[in-house]
Unconditional design. Structure first.
Length: 317
């Protein structure tokens, strides 16, 4: 079982759940989550065993106490308060050691660990977060989040690079993406965050409502809107394929000069391009859907007038 699930069940059994956590447990039970039901059964068995151990210790204590009473001379049946206190102390100490052990098991689960997912050039990766949110990481990107994301009042992740988010809706716990000093906040929606450039962050909204802020500046976006954050926070419309098409295998190359799209091709296919000859200065405005590197270079070579050689991960023009 995932640690975050186990922790929330432990808190539920101990009556330490917040109202939000209680609702989450009840939701999992309604879904007949097999892991949850199995763990509850195990917890019930553990509780029965604990009670048996405590009762066994108590019986031994009282047997020893009775033996002490029998050894007292017949001329006196008085049990000193010191002996009673000692017996009670032994009983309490035994229970305390056992319960402390069980409590330590819960505390060990509360250690928060950070999860980091990365992609290299030419790679995409789909990540399912603990709260059910789906994240599609673009190439050369990193996402960082807490393993206990599902228990936090705010679901916060940090992004370097680019990713598309399909956020699991939760009215009580906002989802926040932090990227280069820009905070993107939602409750449940789908949007793209592009922080690949050092001096710019773009947030494009596909569904729902999104808040984007940097410092004191803030804009609210709806489907079709995109925030462009550099020195200021701006708002505009966007072309879907150009900003979001990457997650569906659509490569969009738009530039005034071929040299400007070389980095895009290198990132997309995970190759190194070396320009040896002269490339024609022609504007580029093309789209490729799930096509190979050779197919892309073949098409571009006609427009920009160059020859190419592909040798594994190296390309010479």
């Amino acid at each position: 079982m995932e640690k975050n699930k186990k922790l929330i069940i432990e808190k539920y059994l101990n009556g330490q759940c917040t109202e939000l956590e209680k609702r989450e447990v009840e939701r999992l039970l309604e879904m007949n989550d097999e892991e949850i039901i199995s763990y509850l059964d195990q917890s019930a068995a553990l509780l029965d065993n604990t009670k048996t151990l405590i009762n066994t210790d108590l019986n031994k204590i009282w047997q020893n106490l009775d033996a002490t009473v029998e050894e007292v001379p017949t001329k006196s049946i008085f049990i000193t308060p010191l002996k009673i206190a000692a017996a009670i102390l032994i009983m309490v100490a035994s229970s305390f050691v056992l319960l402390s052990y069980l409590d330590q098991e819960v505390k060990n689960e509360e250690v928060v660990s950070t999860v980091v997912k990365r992609t290299k050039r030419g790679e995409n990766l789909t990540v399912r977060l603990p709260d059910g949110t789906m994240v599609r990481l673009n190439s050369s990107s990193t996402i960082t989040y807490s393993q206990n994301l599902i228990l936090a009042d705010q679901r916060v992740v940090e992004l370097q690079g680019e990713a598309f988010f399909e956020v699991k809706r939760d009215e009580y716990r906002p989802f926040i993406v932090k990227a280069r000093g820009v905070n993107t906040t939602v409750l449940g929606t789908s949007f793209n965050v592009n922080a690949k450039k050092n001096d710019e962050v773009k947030v494009a909204v596909v569904t729902g409502k999104v808040s984007v802020e940097q410092g004191q500046e803030k804009v609210v976006l709806t489907p079709g809107d995109m925030a462009i954050v550099d020195e200021k926070v701006g708002k505009t419309k966007f072309d879907f394929d150009e900003e979001v098409g990457w997650k569906n295998g659509v490569l969009v190359l738009r530039a005034n000069d071929f040299m400007e799209v070389i980095d895009d091709i290198e990132q997309w296919y995970g190759v190194d391009i070396e320009v040896q000859g002269k490339i024609g200065e022609h504007g580029i405005n093309v789209k490729y859907a799930n096509e190979s590197l050779e197919e892309v270079l073949e098409g571009l070579s006609f427009a920009a007038h160059f020859n190419y050689v592909i040798n594994d991960k190296r390309v010479k023009l």
